[in-house]
Write a protein that binds this ligand. Structure first.
Ligand code: AMP
Length: 542
């Protein structure tokens, strides 16, 4: 396995192979199988473009040939930051065929995040769109991909504009020669962690583990050729990519419709036109869709199921999904590191509304433990979820110190999520111990934001916590000890944007304080800060 990655111990790998979970099929092979099986059926709808399975496979081959012609070789890494469009899929599968490992950067990432990803992965290529939703990614690339970093080529989906040194993907394409043999147990791509200790860690996912995940998720969700899946969240998100998402849909001969933005204005007409049957949303987007339903008379009658996950779904919203969107609600809980959990069709209403269901695989091993002692808590009580299994990683890339904390010696991933299990065995996410703010599904590392704040002139100390928010579930509140020169919230916004920090990390609220509360042990008391801001918000709401 790639140096810097932790393989599954051989005894586990053998078990997964022998049980037929891990197959000797690298992901780059899948579009060939699909083309043979589903031929001219439409695979992907992206804007005005409609690609059949055969066309998709051909485009991937030509892209692989072209990227190889630009010097990409097996073992290289490429940061891929694309919006939802067919080029994302074509480039990714081309990279899989070449044995080049994509590192998925979110469309919302800016200089700080992209530089971090380039530097930690040693990427030699950076793939971007030209301008999407008003943002010029070429400008970003011109700042982040300078020669002293490893990047040799910036590939642009669209027009290179004034950047003659960039390569437009529309000019890239030739018949591939001598594609390498790919080992299915090698790393296929890197997802990003929610980042508990600063900038995101790289999550190495292998061909075999991911193919198993998407196959099992697709089976659980009963996908077939009639499935029309609307990709609303960025495809770089595990949840939209393979849970079962776009890849699960394609594996069963369905159609993946790619939305550039999650707004009801864009998505409802797509649902109506393409007769979409399924989508995956975060609660914030589900909320916007439900609200839009009040005034929109779009025909959503084709929708059969909407998955909701990535952040806590409150009962009040859960109850509105079926009456307002006219489809089944399926709660999903999971993490890019692996473990996924789903409510199944036919589960009792109580489980549908109040739980996040049961693990995807019978090979998933779960423990719910007291995080202080590591002892299992009795069934029904709340504890930290630890997970191990055929698609749950054994370590982050090149992060031995962090891995020593994030994984147990026997390979369980300490999720940092607090859950309890109902009598039936369904999981209920009750909170978390990791220091992350879940801003409507976008994960914000408190430590990272505290670091930026402490770098500001006039700020002596900062503590960042989650505060409740009706729409996003949680927002970021920064408690700050400052002298007279401290920036206002508005100044922070403009200066952080100028520094190239992703927008969703900018504190939603800044509270100036004289001192930060400490626990009896002298540690920063974030529980108290969370309670303080929640009380203040209640007071303000009257
Ligand atoms: P990500 O790796 O970005 O998918 O984030 C995974 C984290 O999102 C989990 O560890 C949880 O903290 C949170 N999460 C995912 N699904 C849910 C859910 N249904 N309810 C509450 N939190 C969730």
């Amino acid at each position: 396995m790639l140096a810097g990655c932790t393989p599954w111990p051989e005894e586990f790998a053998r078990r997964y192979r022998e049980a037929g979970l891990w197959l000797d099929v690298p992901l780059g092979e899948l579009p060939r199988q699909w083309a043979r099986e589903y031929g001219t059926a439409t695979a992907v709808v992206s804007g005005q473009e409609r690609l059949s399975y055969v066309e998709l496979d051909e485009k991937i081959d030509r892209m692989a040939g072209g990227l190889a012609g630009h010097g990409l070789v097996r073992g290289d890494r490429a940061v891929v930051q694309m919006t939802n469009e067919s080029t994302f899929l074509i480039v990714c599968f081309a990279l899989f065929r070449l044995g080049v490992t994509p590192v998925f950067s979110l469309p919302a990432h800016r200089d700080v995040e992209v530089i971090h990803l380039i530097e930690t992965s040693g990427a030699v290529a950076y793939v971007i769109p030209d301008v999407r939703l008003g943002y010029d990614y070429r400008l970003l690339a011109s700042r982040v991909a300078i020669p002293r970093r490893t990047v040799r080529t910036v590939f642009v989906a669209g027009d290179v504009g004034e950047y003659a040194e960039f390569v437009s993907l529309s000019t890239v394409g030739e018949e591939p020669t001598g594609l390498p043999e790919i080992d299915a147990e090698e790393v296929a791509f890197f997802l990003l962690s929610g980042g508990t200790t600063g900038l995101p860690k790289l999550i190495p996912r292998t061909h075999a583990d991911y193919f198993y995940q998407l196959r099992s998720a697709a089976r659980l969700c009963e996908l077939d050729r009639d499935t029309v899946y609307l990709a609303v969240l960025p495809m770089e998100f595990n949840y939209c990519l393979g849970c079962p998402g776009v890849l699960g849909t394609l594996h069963h001969g369905g159609r993946a419709v790619l939305a550039l933005s999650p707004s009801p204005d864009g998505c409802f007409p797509l649902i109506e036109r393409e007769r979409v049957t399924m989508s995956s949303l975060v609660p914030t987007i589900a909320h916007a869709w439900v609200e839009a339903r009040e005034w929109s008379d779009a025909d959503l009658s084709s929708l059969e199921v909407v998955q909701i996950g990535s952040a806590k779904l409150h009962e009040s919203l859960a109850r509105k999904i079926t009456p307002m969107l006219g489809c089944r609600l399926q709660q999903v809980f999971g993490m890019s590191e692996g473990l996924m959990s789903y409510v199944r069709r036919g589960d009792p209403e109580d489980a549908v509304l109040h739980t996040q269901g049961q693990p995807l695989s019978e090979f998933d091993e779960l423990r719910v433990v007291d995080p202080e002692t590591g002892e299992d808590v009795p069934r029904g009580e709340c504890g930290e979820l630890w997970a191990r299994g055929p698609y749950t990683i054994r370590g982050y890339y090149n992060a031995p110190e962090h891995n020593a904390v994030a994984f147990t010696e026997d390979g369980f991933y300490r999720s940092g999520d607090l859950i309890r299990q109902t009598e039936r065995g369904d999981m209920v996410v009750a909170g978390r111990i990791k220091d992350v703010i879940n801003r409507g599904g976008d994960k914000v590392s408190a430590t990272e934001v505290e670091g930026y704040l402490q770098g500001e002139e006039g700020i002596r100390q900062a503590a960042v916590v989650a505060m409740p928010d009706e729409v996003l579930g949680e927002k970021t509140c920064a408690f700050v000890i400052a002298d007279g020169k401290a920036p206002t919230g508005l100044q922070l916004r403009s200066s952080w944007r100028a520094k190239g920090i992703a927008d969703f990390k900018i504190p939603d609220r800044v509270e100036l304080v004289d001192a930060l509360p400490l626990t009896g042990l002298g540690k920063l008391d974030k529980t108290r800060l969370r309670a303080d801001i929640a009380a203040k918000l209640r007071e303000e709401a009257g």
